[in-house]
Design a protein around this ligand. Structure first.
Ligand code: F6P
Length: 554
């Protein structure tokens, strides 16, 4: 069967995953590898710790502690080739409409392209538009940071609250936390996302409205949570500032693709920062959705972040698969999910500033590849996206690492570490890094029963103290957390997601799975709010819960 994967993309014969030649070979190879221990792999090949590494744009990836051989890699590269990865990469960068269910190009890479690049969507070069918005953001961010942008009563803005959810929140929060070291410490940044009123109440707690700016970030400007919060913010601002509607223009700006709705809300479209339908929500932290990031860290740092993204984009686009970091990471994930039955991937940043990075990656990975049909609409007969989760080290070590070391599940781990800390204090950093290396070592090599006995452990306790090892991990080691490095890390995972989605042949760029719950909530809201007893026609469980809620709140 020949399939056209996207408008304008020359078709390559792509067979369903389990019918690809490399799949059969990989399955047989995985059987042979199933009981091979990392101890044996390292003993047989003492140089693998140097060989199974790759470096790009200052990111060093040690993938030697994976349950693989050179043959495994070769087969995975063959699988990638048979999956049409090279062509898919080219199609994405070219601006083909590879998001075929929404008939959209997928061009987050254009957001960080240099201004002399040319990338066409429907015959228009989008790069000048990107830079125009960046320049507008720069001018605005500079005005806010310098105090030149005044609130309604003439006071400079000191507090910025981003209102958004999903990609319009997780990216900005993660980036703010990650780059807090570079932020203007005289300003306060908060993020209001949840429709739970507590989130809004806490976001404005203790803030002077006269000095507060709301950035309403929503690609569609119709998202229920965001619009509810934005309306509450509007009412709060008017109440605090005496009800003068003209205050809104000074205290609200919008980031959206929907000028009509922005205008209806009462925000002057002169204070709207646009982006485009070819930027997916979860791929948008480097678009105008990053306005709060830019105000926090300044335009120069924001542009440095974009340069970091771009460096990895170029690496992904041009490097051979053997040296290509996102390709390696993506294929290793496929190896464990599809051939070893792993269900999750742990993301373990040993950098406190990256505390929201796992949460950010959850949307990026799971909203992208949490799909059960192929591009052709066929039900897959293999697993797709794993569950991504994690916490910063070393806290996780005193929480869930027990399960990774001695539990019954195989959990591939990504350790992310930095050679330099942004806050040097005594020996903290050596201790931190010693823990990264120790954890990866312990997971891989474990401790045998004989080793435990040799320590004088009584026989009855030996099984409890044995570490089987053979738990795979990657270590990503880089210099220090700068805006550039943050951009590189995010791009690394964006493209790894792309590689996985290509092998699984799913559309990594739509998110129909969030629609049904949204629609049902819209139907239930009036049933909860109605003063008369509503006629309920849901299932008996939902009807019962609604009645109970109505009774209790009354
Ligand atoms: O969760 C669904 C989703 O559409 C995400 O993809 C998106 O990031 C989020 O909602 C917010 O959407 P918007 O930016 O349009 O408010």
């Amino acid at each position: 069967m020949s399939t056209t994967v996207a408008e304008g993309t020359p078709s390559q014969e792509i067979k369903p995953l389990t019918e690809r030649k490399a799949w059969a070979t990989l399955t047989a190879h995985a059987e042979a590898m199933r009981n091979v221990h990392l101890r044996t792999l390292f003993a047989d090949d003492p140089a693998r710790g140097e060989r199974f590494t790759a470096e790009a744009a200052g990111l060093f990836l040690d993938y030697s502690k994976n349950r693989i051989t050179a043959e495994t890699l070769q087969l995975l590269f063959e699988l990638a080739a048979e999956s049409g990865l090279a062509e898919r990469i080219a199609a994405m960068f070219r601006g083909d409409k590879i998001n075929m269910t929404e008939k959209r190009a997928v061009l987050h890479t254009a957001l960080r392209a240099p201004n002399d690049a040319t990338i066409f969507v429907d015959g228009n070069n989008v790069v000048p538009d990107v830079h125009q918005v960046l320049d507008k953001m720069t001018a605005f961010a500079n005005r806010v940071r310098s105090g030149d942008w005044k609130g309604h009563t003439g006071k400079p803005i000191r507090n910025v609250i981003n209102i958004g959810i999903g990609g319009s929140d997780l990216g900005p929060v993660m980036a703010y936390e990650a780059l807090r070291h570079y932020s203007d410490r005289s300003m306060t940044f908060r993020f209001d996302s949840n429709v739970d009123s507590t989130d809004f109440a806490e976001s404005v707690q203790g803030l002077n409205a006269e000095e507060t700016l709301f950035i309403v970030s929503s690609k569609t400007f119709t998202t229920l949570e965001t619009m509810t919060n934005a309306n509450t913010a509007r009412a709060w601002m008017l109440k605090e500032l005496g009800g003068d509607e003209s205050a809104i223009a000074k205290h609200f700006v919008a980031v959206s693709t929907n000028a009509v709705e922005v205008s209806k809300f009462g925000i002057d479209t002169a204070n709207m920062f646009g982006f485009w339908d070819w930027v997916g929500g979860r791929y948008s932290m480097d678009s105008a959705i990053g306005l709060s990031t830019m105000i926090a860290v300044g335009p120069e740092n924001f542009r440095a972040m974009l340069a970091g993204f771009h460096e990895i984009d170029e690496h992904f686009r041009t490097a051979p698969f053997e040296k290509n970091l996102p390709v390696l990471l993506g294929l290793l994930t496929v190896w464990y999910i599809n051939l070893f039955g792993a269900n999750t991937v742990a993301i373990l940043p040993y950098e406190q500033y990256l505390k929201r990075f796992p949460a950010y990656l959850q949307q990026l990975t799971m909203e992208s590849n949490g799909k059960h049909v192929t591009l052709e609409g066929a039900r897959v007969n293999y697993e797709t996206c794993p569950i991504y989760w994690g916490e910063p080290g070393t806290n996780g070590q005193h929480s869930f690492y027990q399960l990774i070391h001695q539990g019954t599940r195989l959990i591939p781990c990504d350790f992310i570490a930095f050679a330099k800390t942004l806050n040097p204090l005594g020996s903290h950093h050596d201790i931190l890094l010693a823990n990264v290396f120790a954890q990866a070592e312990a997971l891989a090599f474990g401790k045998t029963a004989d080793q435990v006995r040799a320590e004088g452990t009584p026989e009855w306790l030996v099984p409890h103290r044995v570490f089987e090892g053979n738990r795979p991990s990657n270590v990503i080691l880089t210099d220090k957390l700068t805006p550039e490095v943050l951009g590189k890390l995010v791009a690394l995972y964006e493209h790894s997601v792309f590689v996985q989605g290509t092998v699984w042949r799913v559309n990594s760029f739509d998110q129909w799975g969030v629609e049904l719950g949204k629609a049902l909530a819209q139907r239930i809201i009036p049933e909860l709010e109605s003063t008369a007893e509503p006629k309920l026609t849901h299932d008996s469980s939902t009807n019962n819960l609604i009645r109970r809620y109505r009774k209790t709140k009354a």
